[in-house]
Design a binder for this molecule. Structure first.
Ligand SMILES: Cc1cc2nc3c(=O)[nH]c(=O)nc-3n(C[C@H](O)[C@H](O)[C@H](O)COP(=O)(O)OP(=O)(O)OC[C@H]3O[C@@H](n4cnc5c(N)ncnc54)[C@H](O)[C@@H]3O)c2cc1C
Length: 324
């Protein structure tokens, strides 16, 4: 018999908790409040006290701290082992994980070991009248919202898209802290970490002004960077440009990239496929430039400019630099 518990795996880098973990805690707390469930944050490693306390302040009723030095850095082998053991003995109703690189890596293998289902990249979570979690996932390029439930297997698992839910902070919130020392002395970590480099690329979900370049901008992306610098904007790209390595994959916008919430988004040479437009639908004002007046992107734009980006971008740059 599973317990009325919503578990959230808390991802952290040292003392910094990933925003998505805090967002899931906030959403879980809202669901728990109306359904009589408890929220438990699962923290791994040996973090500072403030991390554990923050997990409670951001929504957990309880924290289970899986305390071991070897868990301070993510390891698929170790994390799957300790979480599998804990879940098998505690039987929570649900387990939620941020859809980050590590979260996706962890959730897939953990779900397979637990022989349960896994919803990927949920952007909505609610509980139905039977007490089942209903995970909302955009399908067919965002045309429909698929609702996924895991009726029989437990825990109900999902990864959750970063930037989807709001954080809720309550400075005075109290909760229980349970320390568990996992038995991992004999577990071999098959991945050896030789070096670690933090990718400091911008989180585009927080970008107020974004310029997105697509295939129509061509191979020379330097003018887009220049325009972004002059207008204090962030830069995003469509998938083909990330595929070609013109701009890092981390800056991709769309179904498999960021969902922008910018006040202004300038879209350059982008055809407007559904996989892309799902990433700009929450922007306040969308301005597009495309050479083709029939381009689909214009159906998703507030201002439409028909023209050659290779002529318009340099002209705008010159204007901003006061050269014309
Ligand atoms: C499962 C799946 C997931 C995907 N996820 C994503 C995703 O997250 N993000 C994403 O972007 N794509 C994604 N795609 C790919 C997506 O379907 C499109 O292929 C992609 O968005 C097209 O990129 P684009 O608009 O830059 O290029 P194109 O489709 O080639 O469009 C280029 C546009 O530029 C215009 N143009 C050409 N020359 C000029 C010029 N000189 N000046 C101005 N305009 C010009 C053209 O008229 C055209 O409208 C996904 C696809 C699949 C199958």
């Amino acid at each position: 018999m599973t317990k009325k518990e919503l578990w959230v795996v808390v991802e952290r880098d040292g003392s910094e908790i990933e925003d998505v973990s805090l967002e899931i805690l906030g959403k879980s707390a809202v669901i728990a409040k109306s359904s009589g469930y408890n929220v438990t944050g699962i923290v791994l490693g040996t973090p500072e006290d403030g991390v554990v306390r923050d997990v409670i302040r951001y929504g957990a009723d309880r924290v289970i701290l899986l305390k071991h030095e070897r868990l301070n850095q993510y390891s698929n082998d170790l994390y799957v082992k300790v979480l599998f053991d804990l879940i098998s003995s505690e039987l929570p109703a649900a387990l939620l994980v941020g859809a980050t690189y590590y979260g996706r890596d962890l959730a897939g293998r953990l779900a397979a070991r637990l022989r349960t289902g896994l919803t990927a990249n949920a952007i909505n979570i609610k509980m139905d009248e039977k007490g089942l979690l209903v995970f909302g996932v955009p399908a067919y390029g965002g045309k429909i919202m698929a609702e996924i439930v895991c009726e029989n297997a437990r825990p109900q698992m999902s990864t959750v898209r970063p930037g989807t839910f709001s954080k809720v902070f309550d400075q005075g919130k109290k909760g229980e802290i349970v320390e568990v020392v996992p038995e991992i002395s004999k577990v071999q970590d098959r991945v050896k970490v030789i070096d670690r480099k933090i990718n400091k690329s911008k989180d585009l979900t927080k970008s107020e002004k974004t310029i997105v370049g697509g295939n129509g901008v061509g191979g020379d992306f330097s003018l887009v960077w220049k325009l972004a610098e002059l207008t204090h904007s962030d830069v995003g790209v469509t998938r083909p440009l990330a595929d070609k390595g013109i701009v890092p994959r981390e800056l991709q916008v769309g179904t498999t990239g960021y969902s922008l919430k910018s006040k202004v988004a300038l879209i350059l040479g982008v055809s407007g496929s559904e996989h892309f437009t799902s990433g700009i639908r929450d922007c306040v004002t969308v301005i597009s430039i495309d050479i083709d007046k029939e381009s689909e992107i214009f159906n998703h734009s507030d201002y439409c400019v028909v023209g050659d980006a290779a002529e318009i971008i340099p002209a705008v740059i010159k204007k901003l630099e006061g050269k014309i």
